[in-house]
Design a protein around this ligand. Structure first.
Ligand code: SF4
Length: 591
């Protein structure tokens, strides 16, 4: 069978119980599911029995790139990891950046399906088509950063490595996988890799990705570069001169992703929530801005612990300590030093090695509240989504996001961004915080073109929000099959178009130019809808059914809305674009 353009043509299958290494043709899935989450979900549906637990050998850890991975200039080299996760004992997913995914394509594979369980700790080496399982016993208990660097030193610097830390090995339910450029993926899938006794995957390749229409790809690359100029830097309290822009393989213009180099020479990725999750607490503890939040992030990366989950857990620990539910003596945690380097180091070590109270915490905040008892769940339920993550871009503020939250097994950040990114720009412009072109008129034009009607930009009413949620889902699921980066796609607005509205057809044009498929914009959304429905079928088969699951957390109905990330006054565009404050207080709830 000839290989379809844009694909390496094979998916690697590794059975860790038997050591068997085989291939599946990607073409089996490409037409209907494209790649990324699409193919990963289809393999999960076909192969993982509904009764298999997250740590059973029958669970699959599926790693999938998409057809755009390895193609320069289109920000499409992200890669998806999926499997049954311990967070909710059901299918979940994450996606990572950097260059590991592109390297896998260059090595001759579109993805890897890992099943079974090894009886000793191994790593997988993929060297330009040659695949071997190798002993990793000397890496037992070592950090993910340490493992990555050690393997590169032993094999060759040109390898790209994804690894787990001790949290993954010890099946901490919110453990991560960490790759080059500190790209990490969470929702407990590091623990699935750990349960299989697989410490790392090192990959390098010399191939390249053939595209169907080179001229069209060149044209699209030029177009997206013009439409999407590089954004500004991520706001930071750290010395800006120590930040250096860092770009994933094949990006368009980069984003605020950067590398930070600390005073002691330690360096690593600095971006988004992971960069600042400990910042305010550290600032309060030390009385000034410091590098402690950066070091906390690197500790999470090395132990292999998800920063969103740990941020929520720290909030719960802090409140439980203040109210006397837990003490330093009982837990062995320096709770009075919350915000210090000592606190975060002790916490992460205890959780990652399931040491003492760390074992109570290692299965996530929800289970920890049950083990601690004393009604301790009351100290976190207003701050936590059902997946244990901090629910940013909340259901009550942007309305559409409530529907997106309700039906996903985890925080659907890419879907939330499609609403919140423009809303935050609008709020910044409206309050005079930052001058930009996102006026109410532009926002309404975006709503019409991308979500179906101008009413979708009126957040004072629920009207039109189901329609916009469905459009967001179809587009974002399609995006997850390519997989193009969330910071670059979709191009919803642009400083260079006359009306500042972007172009929703670009993703389908990219797919056509890379693969030669004749799909069109609506055809691509159909694939997105198919993958969404497939994921819903998997979740239903695994017990995620009915209103018990398809809902938002109780606190949304009982606790006042107190501000959201980047929008402390909860200001949104209302009728005809007039500013509408969605702030609720406990007082208004009581009335
Ligand atoms: S936009 Fe940022 S995160 Fe996305 S591919 Fe480019 S550099 Fe990586």
């Amino acid at each position: 069978m000839p290989t379809r353009k844009g694909y390496a043509g094979k998916i690697l299958r590794v059975n860790l119980s038997t050591g068997d290494i085989t291939n599946i043709p990607t073409e089996t899935y490409a037409e209907r599911f494209i790649g990324g989450r699409g193919i990963a979900a289809k393999i999960h549906w076909d192969e993982v029995p509904k009764e298999a637990g997250p740590f059973d050998p029958e669970n699959r850890l599926v790693i999938m790139t998409g057809p755009v991975a390895g193609v320069p200039g289109l920000a499409g080299s992200r890669w998806q990891v999926s499997g049954k996760s311990p967070v909710f004992n059901q299918f979940s997913y994450c996606n990572l950046g950097g260059s590991w995914g592109a390297q896998l394509k260059f090595a001759g594979f579109d993805g890897i399906v890992i099943h079974g369980k090894s009886d000793k700790l191994l790593y997988l080496m993929i060297d330009n088509g040659k695949v071997e399982l190798k002993d990793a016993s000397s890496l037992k208990g070592k950090g993910a950063i340490f493992t990555r660097e050690k393997l590169k030193e032993e094999l060759d610097e040109s390898f790209r490595v994804v690894a787990i830390g001790p949290a993954g090995e010890n099946m901490v339910s919110f453990s991560t996988l960490l790759a080059d450029a500190d790209s990490s993926g969470g929702n407990g899938l590091g623990s699935v890799m750990g349960s299989k006794n697989l410490k790392a995957i090192a990959v390098r390749g010399k191939g390249k990705v053939e595209v169907a229409d080179k001229e069209k790809v060149r044209e699209l690359r030029k177009k997206v570069r013009e439409l999407k100029p590089p954004p500004g830097a991520w706001p930071t309290l750290l010395p800006e001169e120590n930040l250096k822009k860092s770009i994933c393989f094949g990006c368009i213009n980069g984003c605020m992703r950067a590398d930070y180099t600390a005073a002691n020479g330690q360096s690593g990725k600095y971006i988004c929530q992971s960069a600042v999750f400990y910042e305010i607490r550290a600032q309060r503890y030390y009385g000034e801005a410091s590098e402690v939040s950066f070091k906390a992030n690197k500790l999470c990366d090395d132990y292999g612990v998800d920063t969103r989950s740990i941020e929520t857990m720290i909030m719960w620990l802090s409140r439980c300590h203040k109210t006397g539910v837990i003490s330093e003596e009982e837990t062995g945690l320096p709770l009075s030093k919350l915000g210090s380097l000592e606190f975060i180091e002790t916490l992460l070590e205890k959780i990652s090695f399931r040491d003492g109270f760390g074992d109570v915490l290692a299965d996530g905040t929800i289970k920890a509240t049950q083990r601690v008892g004393q009604n301790s769940e009351q100290y976190i339920t207003d701050y936590m989504a059902k997946s244990g993550e901090n629910p940013v871009y909340g259901a009550r503020l942007y309305l559409t996001t409530g529907l997106l939250y309700a039906v996903e097994p985890r925080l659907p950040i890419q879907q939330l961004h499609e609403i919140s990114s423009q809303a935050l720009m609008w709020a910044a412009q409206e309050t005079g915080l930052r001058d930009n072109y996102m006026t109410s008129k532009v926002f309404r034009a975006i709503a019409k073109k991308f979500w179906g009607d101008e009413i979708c930009a009126d957040f004072s009413t629920y009207e039109g929000k189901a329609m916009s949620a469905a459009r967001v889902q179809d587009r974002q699921y399609a995006k997850e099959t390519l997989i193009v980066c969330d910071f670059s796609w979709p191009i919803i607005h642009s400083p260079v178009t006359e009306d500042h509205v972007g172009d929703p057809s670009l993703e389908s044009q990219v797919l056509e130019a890379v693969t030669g498929m004749d799909i069109g914009e609506q055809g691509l959304y159909k694939v997105g809808e198919r993958v969404l429905n497939l994921q819903r079928a998997i979740l239903a088969r695994e017990g995620h059914v009915g209103r018990e699951y398809d809902t938002i957390e109780e606190f949304n109905f009982t606790v006042g809305l107190r501000g959201d990330y980047g929008n402390p006054n909860c200001l949104v565009p209302g009728k005809d674009g007039e500013p509408f404050p969605r702030m609720w207080t406990e007082m208004s709830l009581k009335r």
